[in-house]
Design a protein around this ligand. Sequence first.
Ligand code: MEV
Length: 443
Amino acid sequence: MKRKAIISGFSKLSREEKMEKMGELTGSAEQIKTQLDSFRLQNKEQQDLLDDISENTLSNFYLPFGVAPNFLINNHLYHIPMVIEESSVIAAASRSAKFWASHGGFTARVVSVVKSGQVHFIWKGDSEKLNDLLPELKFDLYQATKEITRNMRQRGGGIQGIQLVNRTDEMESYYQLHVTFDTADSMGANFINSCLEKMAQQMKRFFKQYEGLSDLERECEVIMSILSNYTPDCLVECSVECSLDELDEIHPGLSGKEFAAKFQKASKIAELDVYRAATHNKGIFNGIDAVALATGNDFRAIEANGHVYASQSGKYKSLTHASISHNRFRYQLTMPLSLGTVGGLTSLHPLAKFGLELLGKPSAKELMMITAAAGLANNFGALRSLVTTGIQQGHMKMHLSNLLNSLKADYEEKKQALEYFAHKTVSYSEVEAFIKSLRTKLQ
Ligand code: MEV
C-alpha cells in the first residue's frame, strides 16, 4: 500500500476515476474495479438511485435482508423484515415471536408522538424584556413558517408549540427556542430542520427591525438550529404477559415459576448495573436497528434516543422491566422511537419500500409498535438463553455457517459439518479441525 496523500476534488471525479485513485493507493486498480463492479446491480435505474443516495458511491455493501415471522401484536399478525449482519438475531426474534404468538402475543401502545428541535441563540438584553417580546416573536415565527408547514398541516401534523428556555445561568446570555412538532407519518428530520432554520432567520430579523430596542437588543446571535434526536415524548410501550404455568415449557428441568424468578433477577441486574445495562439494551437494539434498516429508518438517531432515555434517571439503566404478580409474568419495554413510514429512504430504497409493504404499509405509529415488539422479542430471547443454556450454544450454531465460509468449505463439507455439529458445541478450533480431518481423509 502506497503512502496516503490528501486527495483533492475527489467528489468531482467520475466513479471510474475514483476507483482508479483507490487503485493507485493499493497498486491494484483492475482488481478493485472488478471487485467493486461485481457488487453493483444489473438494473441501471436502481443502481443510479443507490449511487445518488450518498456521496462518492463506488459500489453496494450487502447485508442480509430476512424476515422474522409470526409476530402477534395487538391481535394482528406481522412478518417482520430485518436487515442485520449478526447471525443469531433473526433466529432469536423468530423464536420469541413464535413462543409469544401462542401465549397472548405482544401488546403495544403509542403513548405520545411529539418531536422537538431547538434554536440556540445568544441575546444580551434583559431577559424580562425578552419574555415581554415573546408573544409577538412567536406570532412572527408561525407566520414565517406557514409555507413550510402547509403540507404537514394538511397531513395532520405541524408545529405544536414554541417555548423560550432561559439557560443564562449556565452560559452567558444563552437562550433556546424549544419547538415541538407533530410530523405525522414522516420521521420529519428535514421538515423540523427547515422550520428551525426559517425561525432562526426570522428571529434575527425580528430583533433587528423591532422599534424601540437598543443597539445591544437588536443583536441576536444564532448559534445553531437543529432537531433533537431525544424524543422522550415520542414514546411506545410494548409488553408480553402469561401465567407462570405457561412458562413451564421454556426449558427442560426448570419450572415456569423458577424460570420467571431467574429471568426477573437477570432483568433487575440490568436495572442496577451499568455494565450489564449496556449489553442488555444492545440486545434490544439488535431487533430495533434491524427493523429500522429494513424499513429505511435512521438507526443512529434511534440508538442515540434510546440511550439518553435509558439514562434519564441520572443513571444508565435497562429499557425493560420484568414483574411477577398473582402468578403472572409480565415483561415490558418502554422507549422513545422516532420513525417514519413516508419520506426519506422509506420510499426511495427498493428494499425499504418492500419491507414496509410486507408490514402492510403501516403508519408511523404502527411501525413504532412493530419495532418495539422486535426489540422486546430479541431481548426476551437473549435473557431466555442467558438464564438457561447460556448464549453461546445458539450463537455458535448460527455462526457455524460463517465459520464454514471463512474456511472455504464446499457444499459437501458444509453438509457434513452441519450434521456433525447438530448436537455438539461449536467453536472455531473444533470446526477447523473437523474440516481438516475431512480434507485429509480425501487425500
Ligand atoms: C448479542 O448481540 C446480544 C446479547 O449480548 C444481549 C444480552 O446479553 O442481553 C446476547
